[in-house]
Write a protein that binds this ligand. Structure first.
Ligand code: CU
Length: 96
Protein backbone atom coordinates (compact mmCIF):
# COMPACT_ATOMS: atom_id res chain seq x y z
CA UNK A 1 0.00 0.00 0.00
CA UNK A 2 1.24 3.43 -0.89
CA UNK A 3 1.32 5.59 2.23
CA UNK A 4 2.50 8.68 0.39
CA UNK A 5 -0.75 9.23 -1.51
CA UNK A 6 -2.93 10.58 1.32
CA UNK A 7 -0.12 12.93 2.32
CA UNK A 8 0.32 14.21 -1.21
CA UNK A 9 -3.41 14.76 -1.54
CA UNK A 10 -3.48 16.72 1.72
CA UNK A 11 -0.52 18.82 0.58
CA UNK A 12 -2.20 19.54 -2.75
CA UNK A 13 -5.37 20.62 -0.97
CA UNK A 14 -3.39 22.90 1.33
CA UNK A 15 -1.68 24.58 -1.61
CA UNK A 16 -5.02 25.00 -3.37
CA UNK A 17 -6.61 26.68 -0.35
CA UNK A 18 -3.60 28.99 0.05
CA UNK A 19 -3.92 30.01 -3.58
CA UNK A 20 -7.63 30.67 -3.05
CA UNK A 21 -6.82 32.85 -0.04
CA UNK A 22 -4.26 34.83 -2.04
CA UNK A 23 -6.77 35.35 -4.84
CA UNK A 24 -9.13 36.72 -2.21
CA UNK A 25 -6.77 39.61 -1.48
CA UNK A 26 -7.10 42.86 -3.39
CA UNK A 27 -4.12 44.65 -4.88
CA UNK A 28 -3.30 48.21 -3.96
CA UNK A 29 -0.70 50.93 -3.84
CA UNK A 30 -0.29 53.02 -0.72
CA UNK A 31 -0.82 56.74 -1.37
CA UNK A 32 -0.86 58.01 2.19
CA UNK A 33 -0.51 56.65 5.73
CA UNK A 34 -2.19 58.64 8.51
CA UNK A 35 -1.19 57.02 11.78
CA UNK A 36 -2.88 59.50 14.16
CA UNK A 37 -6.21 59.04 12.36
CA UNK A 38 -5.58 55.29 11.83
CA UNK A 39 -6.35 55.67 8.14
CA UNK A 40 -4.69 54.63 4.93
CA UNK A 41 -5.30 55.94 1.41
CA UNK A 42 -5.02 53.24 -1.24
CA UNK A 43 -5.23 53.20 -5.00
CA UNK A 44 -6.78 49.78 -5.25
CA UNK A 45 -7.78 47.25 -7.86
CA UNK A 46 -11.09 45.43 -7.89
CA UNK A 47 -12.21 44.29 -4.42
CA UNK A 48 -14.37 41.28 -5.16
CA UNK A 49 -15.80 40.66 -1.70
CA UNK A 50 -16.96 44.30 -1.53
CA UNK A 51 -18.09 44.36 -5.17
CA UNK A 52 -15.99 47.49 -5.63
CA UNK A 53 -14.27 48.62 -8.82
CA UNK A 54 -10.73 50.05 -8.89
CA UNK A 55 -10.37 53.51 -7.35
CA UNK A 56 -8.42 55.60 -4.88
CA UNK A 57 -10.02 55.90 -1.45
CA UNK A 58 -9.43 56.10 2.28
CA UNK A 59 -9.77 53.05 4.52
CA UNK A 60 -9.73 52.65 8.27
CA UNK A 61 -7.56 49.87 9.68
CA UNK A 62 -8.65 47.07 11.99
CA UNK A 63 -5.36 47.25 13.92
CA UNK A 64 -2.98 50.23 14.11
CA UNK A 65 0.02 47.88 13.70
CA UNK A 66 -1.00 47.37 10.08
CA UNK A 67 0.14 50.94 9.36
CA UNK A 68 3.64 50.20 10.69
CA UNK A 69 4.33 47.80 7.82
CA UNK A 70 3.88 50.23 4.93
CA UNK A 71 4.64 53.69 3.60
CA UNK A 72 3.45 55.79 0.68
CA UNK A 73 4.45 54.24 -2.64
CA UNK A 74 4.45 50.63 -1.39
CA UNK A 75 2.60 47.97 -3.36
CA UNK A 76 0.46 45.75 -1.17
CA UNK A 77 -2.08 42.98 -1.14
CA UNK A 78 -4.86 43.53 1.34
CA UNK A 79 -8.18 42.37 2.66
CA UNK A 80 -10.94 44.87 3.30
CA UNK A 81 -14.36 44.55 4.91
CA UNK A 82 -17.29 46.81 5.58
CA UNK A 83 -17.72 47.29 9.33
CA UNK A 84 -20.49 49.51 10.70
CA UNK A 85 -20.75 51.29 7.38
CA UNK A 86 -17.00 51.96 7.12
CA UNK A 87 -14.47 50.31 4.87
CA UNK A 88 -11.72 48.79 6.97
CA UNK A 89 -8.47 47.07 6.01
CA UNK A 90 -8.31 43.91 8.11
CA UNK A 91 -5.05 42.53 6.76
CA UNK A 92 -2.29 43.64 4.45
CA UNK A 93 1.06 42.46 3.21
CA UNK A 94 3.74 44.24 1.19
CA UNK A 95 4.38 42.91 -2.31
CA UNK A 96 8.03 42.59 -3.25
CU1 CU B 1 -12.72 51.65 -3.26
Amino acid sequence: MNRAKPFLLAAALAVASLAAAAADLAEGEVRKVDKPARKITLRHGEIKNLDMPPMTMVFGVARPELLEQVKAGDKIRFKAEKQDGNYVVTDLQPVK
